[in-house]
Design a protein around this ligand. Structure first.
Ligand code: P6P
Length: 333
């Protein structure tokens, strides 16, 4: 079939399991995509929509909420609460697991998300994104509690992100590769634009915030020093650097042309910065599905067993060869 005609709906009907749970997963992913289409419209409206700036509230992370953070969070909660797809949801913007309205049917999945990652970039018009993860709900005949969500990345059923950039792009996996869809704003439809995306195993580009140099653990400092040493250094090649400070934008570049992204646990953030359940896990699932690797500094990211809902971890992720070098340096320290 002509790939340019493959809509998200047709793709999900073909690639999700052909049973009732599979059809429910397809509906949930359509709900997420429809919610992200609304978020894309709001983000794209910028100052014309009175949705920029602060929302005069601080979230559970202790971060100042932006108006668009609240809009995006509400869009996903409202967009995925119906139809018996989820039993509950978790968000960076919600203190605890979100319980569905009483009159809504419960479903077999848990949806977890960072509704608008990188939102500090909104007011300067830099790409931001939504990150989401789908876990199995407990078959317990009750609404899920926080503890039910504390599952490792290997338990995920699906994962994805949407980057709101020059174009709005959805990268998605249901466990059989990573597939990329682009939103046709005029039609309001997502079309498959890259099937079975693979991340180049080698790269010469790293992404890290170098202002934290003095806080880094020794393996990271060793790795970056060798990248900066260029052709005459131990890596024998010149490296380039990029840092958007919007993880979805940095990672989409890496998915597209290779690279390695580093946000390690360090002396200032001993537990890291990125949240396990709705940032590290979904991005790590996508990366492994695309042939890359994801490491926390202590273990394979998808193996980490979270102990609390908003737990953080270090993340070193991208082209497999570079993550292997970093893993070796951590093991030698
Ligand atoms: P820094 C955004 O807040 C975020 O969580 C990621 O999207 C991004 O990669 C990182 O923080 C940027 O962190 O310390 O460079 O501002």
């Amino acid at each position: 079939m002509d790939q340019s005609r493959m809509t998200l709906g047709r793709f999900l009907a073909r690639h999700c399991p052909q049973d009732e749970k599979g059809r429910t997963l397809a509906l949930l992913l359509r709900q997420v995509a429809d919610s992200c289409r609304r978020i894309s419209d709001a983000v794209g409206g910028g100052a014309l929509r009175d949705l920029t700036g602060a929302a005069d509230n601080v979230n559970v992370q202790g971060e100042e909420q932006k108006k668009l953070d609240v809009f995006a969070n509400d869009a996903l909660l409202e967009g995925c609460s119906w139809g018996g797809t989820v039993a509950g949801m978790a968000s960076e913007e919600e203190d605890d697991v979100f319980t569905l309205p009483e009159d809504e049917p419960r479903g077999p999945y848990i949806l977890l998300f960072d509704p608008l990652d990188g939102s500090s970039n909104i007011d300067v018009n830099v790409s931001v994104g939504t990150i989401f993860s789908v876990l199995p709900a407990p078959d317990a005949g009750r609404d899920p509690v926080n503890e039910d969500l504390l599952q490792s990345g290997d338990q995920q059923v699906a994962a994805g992100y949407v980057v709101y950039g020059p174009s709005t792009v959805l990268a998605l996996t249901v466990g059989n590769g990573v597939h990329v869809f682009t939103l046709d704003r005029a039609q309001g439809e997502w079309f498959l634009t890259t099937a079975d995306l693979k991340v180049p195993e080698q790269t010469a580009e790293f992404a890290i915030n170098c202002s934290y140099w003095h806080q880094w653990p020794a393996p990271v400092r060793r790795y970056i020093e060798e990248c900066l040493a260029g052709e005459d250094g131990p890596r024998g090649k010149r490296f380039n650097m990029r840092w958007v400070a919007s993880m979805v934008a940095d990672l989409h570049r890496i998915f597209t042309r290779g690279g390695v992204f580093l946000y390690p646990a360090d002396s200032r953030r001993p537990n890291g910065r990125l949240r396990v359940l709705y940032e590290v896990n979904p991005i790590a699932m996508l990366m492994e599905q695309a042939g890359g690797a994801a490491f926390t500094g202590e273990e394979r990211a998808m193996a980490l067993q979270p102990k609390e809902l908003h737990q953080r971890a270090g993340l070193l992720i991208g082209s497999r060869e570079e993550v292997a070098v970093l893993e070796r340096y951590y093991s030698e320290q």
